[in-house]
Design a protein around this ligand. Structure first.
Ligand SMILES: *Cc1c(COP(=O)(O)O)cnc(C)c1O
Length: 415
């Protein structure tokens, strides 16, 4: 039977425990929302001061060269690559996940249109995918006005049959934002290829959360966030991966000057640069990009196998404690128990999920809420301890036992 003492022993034996001090976390807060906005690396404050005070303040425009601002999207992409099974020269950190998905999807549709799959007009994804991914696919399809349609699938079991001879692209998010369900990327990509489709993966809830092997899975394109598990800061630029084997054929519609072969030639004709640079569009938010590096620095002090081992131990413990200590309450686990199918979050439904989450937040346990009725708890092994898990469950138990939540709690704009 678990106890707080046992959790403290797990912390004492945890090879990642020392990384918690790399993050600035407020006293009295148990932060279980790193799947939505990662915590601040301690080093980010000094780095922001350097970028704003010195690089911008003193060196002004010279910093594009002198401080390496111009190369940052590619340099950071190369540093991020090993976390997702990509190679140098295949990733850029740029724009937003929504925009990068637009570019990747447009590129994939164009590759199909120019090849033997030219007749294919269907994009397959899940109805439960993160809405922006669906909206982007809808928007692109409608705007192209070439008969492209979106096929929304209601369960994982229906996916294989949905990838038929009409399917151009299978577009999936590797780990579901609501349930924490993890797809089998290699098997689904193989299935897509066997049926003539390309596979585009969104790694928003995978990058920095668990080991990803894009090359091992033979994936075609991928995008993802840096402000979640990679701790890049609010609104930090996202990433896009185009494997070397597709780069020469990859084109995308937002052909801005940062994707040009010679941006400072200032010529009136667009000529895409060779390599991953063609996935870029225009000038990047330098201050925000610089913060991404502070998040990546921490990952250099460990490896994704260790992160994954601790993530599974934390999520296993949380599930076990909630189910054994919060008995008699209408809580239902929606996250897979199977390790192979689980991301790095645990979601429980409760009929008053929103109110209970507000009560948790008021008591310093920060998770979040997603419709319908889902309380979402993200576990970030770099800065979450086993004792944190114990304490969070005890507070949850106390709130539920005493019904200490307001079922009329007003909804904020961000839940
Ligand atoms: C968080 C998330 C996004 C966010 O996209 P933005 O363009 O950064 O707002 C997109 N897709 C998925 C699957 C996500 O989880």
């Amino acid at each position: 039977m678990a106890s707080r003492g046992h959790c403290l022993e797990l912390d004492a034996a945890d090879p990642l425990a020392h990384l918690k001090c790399e993050f600035a976390l407020p006293q009295g807060v148990i932060y279980l929302d790193g799947n939505s906005l990662g915590a601040r690396p301690r080093a980010a404050l000094a780095r922001a001061q350097e970028v704003i005070g010195h690089e911008w303040g003193q060196d002004l425009i010279c910093s594009w060269n002198k401080a390496g601002w111009f190369d940052m999207p590619k340099r950071l992409g190369d540093r991020l690559a090993p976390l997702i099974g990509a190679r140098p020269g295949e990733v850029v950190v740029t724009d937003t996940t929504s925009l990068n998905l637009f570019k990747a999807l447009a590129g994939a549709l164009r590759m199909q249109a120019e090849g033997p799959g030219g007749h294919r007009r269907v994009i397959v994804t899940e109805r439960s995918n993160f809405p922006t991914d669906i909206y982007i696919a809808q928007g692109l399809s409608e705007w192209m006005d070439r008969g492209y349609t979106l096929r929304l699938v209601d369960s994982v079991d229906e996916l294989p049959a949905a990838v038929d001879e009409q399917c151009a692209v299978l577009m999936l998010t590797h780990v579901n934002y609501r349930t924490g369900y993890q797809h089998d990327m290699a098997a689904l990509t193989r299935h897509a290829h066997d049926n003539g489709a390309l596979a585009v993966w969104d790694l928003a809830h995978s990058a920095g959360a668990l080991p990803v092997d894009l090359h091992g899975a033979q994936a075609d394109f991928a995008v993802g966030c840096t402000y979640k598990y990679l701790n890049g800061g609010p609104g930090s630029p996202a990433f896009i991966w185009v494997p070397q084997r597709h780069q020469a054929r990859f084109t995308q519609p937002v052909t801005g000057w940062w994707g040009h072969a010679a941006p400072f030639a200032m010529s009136p004709g667009f000529e895409p640069v060779e390599g991953i640079g063609r996935a870029m569009c225009g000038t990047q938010p330098v201050v925000s990009l610089a913060m991404v590096e502070c998040g990546l620095d921490v990952f250099e002090k460990t490896d994704m196998q260790s992160v994954r081992a601790k993530s599974l131990a934390l999520t296993d413990l949380f599930i076990e404690l909630v189910e054994s200590r919060c008995t008699g309450h209408p809580l239902q686990l929606v996250t897979p128990r199977d390790h192979a199918r689980r991301g790095s979050q645990v979601s429980f439904t409760h009929p008053h999920g929103y109110a209970v989450m507000q009560a948790l937040i008021a008591r310093g346990v920060i998770g979040d809420y997603r419709e319908p009725h889902i309380m979402r708890f993200g576990f970030t092994p770099l800065y979450t301890s086993f004792a944190d898990v114990w304490d969070a469950v005890e507070i949850l138990k106390d709130i539920l036992d005493r019904r200490d939540y307001d079922i009329n709690a007003a909804r904020s704009a961000v839940t």
